[in-house]
Write a protein that binds this ligand. Sequence first.
Ligand code: 3PY
Ligand code: MG
Length: 251
Amino acid sequence: MQNLSLKKWRSGERSLGGWSNLPDIHIAELLARSGLDWICFDLQHGLMEYSDLTRLLPAITGQPVTPIVRVADNQPDQIGKALDAGAQGIIVPMVNSVAEARSAVDACRYPPLGNRSCGPMRPLLIEGMSYLTEANSEIACLAMIETQAGLDAVDAIAAEPGIDGLFVGPVDLCFGLGITPGDFGNDKFAQAIAMILGACERHGKFAGMFGYSPELAGQALEQGFTFASLGTDISFLRDGVTGAFTRSGCA
Ligand code: 3PY
Ligand code: MG
């Protein structure tokens, strides 16, 4: 098994991915063929369930795109089942402490690095038994920093062995900082981003950002983030419709 995004990030390459909120296999297929480096299927806020994931992940298998899942909560059963369905990366929302980071790592890694239980249904079909020895180094475990508590503990969370990277949820982070949601130009936001980037740099971890807009995604890569999402299936559709109206000259 090879995680193509981790391979890029480890070699110093930055990458743009996409976010999947709509449980439609054709949209997933389209995203997978659009040049995105990775796709994150969102079980926290997306309009999809675990049963959708079992259709969506096979729809993108074979494409050069890394399947990532954001779980609804930092729960071992949720993380284990997403990995067993074929996720190669897990984004864990609202990680607020080292203990929570450790719990995410435990769920993502087989012994001796964690206590993930064995039952990787789809990976075994595709990869065979080698998955069991390769998964620990090829699964990306990403902790979201998006609260004041997470920011206070950011250095220790980044230092946690088994955490591959930190992922910023910019809007929840605004709420956590007590600033207007979406006020990404605010000094407090800039200081928080500098803290997160600094922690990643000190501990050799990857920094990722949910790109609320393509501009924010581009800015994140310029600032030193390794990966960012360019948009969601919903924003891509909305931007496409808006652009079509404009190009028609009739809007
Ligand atoms: C945030 O902005 O808080 C997110 O988690 C994006 O989905
Ligand atoms: Mg969030």
